[in-house]
Design a binder for this molecule. Structure first.
Ligand code: 5GP
Ligand code: ZN
Length: 116
């Protein structure tokens, strides 16, 4: 996916404020944070959204990789003790603006019980 912004970040062609990366995943700070901690957890393989992931033979492995990376990022960012929220926006009504699946990890303050 030559023009995908998250693929470019994963390849290092666009700079990002990286938390960590491995062979499967990259975690970096969102450019427009909505909370004191706001990072994106992005698989290096281009998969456009959750519905595509469900159709991907490697979907289960990628999904687990994303959750593992989220837990690792929470520890590295110091939000593991007080908690955090994971969000996946899917499609137009879901508010997805980058068509490369990702989790938002937000925290660093009480987020309340409401989701919207
Ligand atoms: P979505 O709306 O698709 O769930 O989330 C996309 C997120 O990517 C947004 O929160 C947006 O601020 C972030 N974003 C878009 N472009 C860039 C970029 O070039 N660098 C970084 N670090 N974040 C980006
Ligand atoms: Zn991509």
């Amino acid at each position: 996916m030559a023009e995908c912004i998250f693929c470019k970040i994963a390849r290092g062609e666009i700079p990002s404020k990286k938390v960590f990366e491995n062979d499967q995943v990259i975690v970096f700070h969102d450019i427009k944070p909505v909370a004191p901690v706001h990072v994106l957890i992005v698989p290096k393989k281009h998969v456009s959204d959750l519905l595509s992931l469900e159709q991907d033979a490697n979907g289960p492995a990628i999904a687990w990789t994303l959750f593992q990376a989220a837990a690792e990022a929470a520890g590295k960012l110091g939000v593991d003790k007080k908690g955090f929220r994971l969000i996946n926006n899917c499609g137009e009504d879901g508010g997805q603006t980058v068509d490369h699946i990702h989790l938002h990890l937000i925290g660093g303050k009480p987020l309340g019980e409401g989701l919207i």
